[in-house]
Write a protein that binds this ligand. Sequence first.
Ligand code: HEM
Length: 229
Amino acid sequence: MLVNKKYVKRHAKGFVYLHWINAICFFMLFLTALPLYADTFRFLYDMFGAKTLQNAHRFFAVLFVLNPVIGLFTARGGIWRMFSEVFKFNGKDVTFLVKFPLELIGKHPEGIPKQGFYNGGERMNIALQLATWAALVVSGALLWFGDGLIDNSIRAWMIPIHSLCAGIGFAGSIGHIYLALVANPDSVHGMQDGTIKVDYASAHHGEWIDDMVREGKIRQKDLDEVLKP
Ligand code: HEM
């Protein structure tokens, strides 16, 4: 069923909270570690003190781990869909990824295949963020608690691994934010109240909308009403 004749339900509230808590944690973890990497950010130590930043880093690390654990109860459907989507990467996603970059420079590429709930780029973002989350958590936990538990030569490797994953995750999230806020601003509504405009959904996730019609979740008549020229 369409919401207010114009919107389609996309994300559950629990998944929206999960997303934003994860985003805040990620950036706070990044920010509180920055002075360790570049003197330009030493002013953060001067402002807050090194100990406060270290404690804040650990606080957000705990939240970063607990958030998806709580999400298993409050956002099970969204988490399950993310995991299942990662393994659905197929030829259509490749065609999408080849043609899509033109959209970034304001063109409308021909022949993009209808996309499912998540498109090829989103699937890549999901895979990247899941992998960096796991690697950050494991390497971070070993840096925090590993003294005496594992060999110091192995523990020393956790620093470059942790840093590399933070860098890759950050680069990915900058691309993701650009695509959400600049290239597809209509998508952001889905991460506010969980709904997106049905004409946007139909243009960007046509296969998902077709499925919803087939499953009787949207009436073809209501859809035609919104999409009529
Ligand atoms: C200002 C910051 C951010 C904005 C505006 C934003 C926006 C969005 C939007 C609109 C969606 C839903 C896309 C859809 O329904 O198809 C989404 C999904 C997602 N976001 Fe974010 N996001 C932000 C930060 C982050 C950060 C920091 C991370 C990870 C560290 C992240 C990870 C994800 C993932 C994995 C998904 C699901 C797949 C995808 O759409 O790529 N987001 N985000």
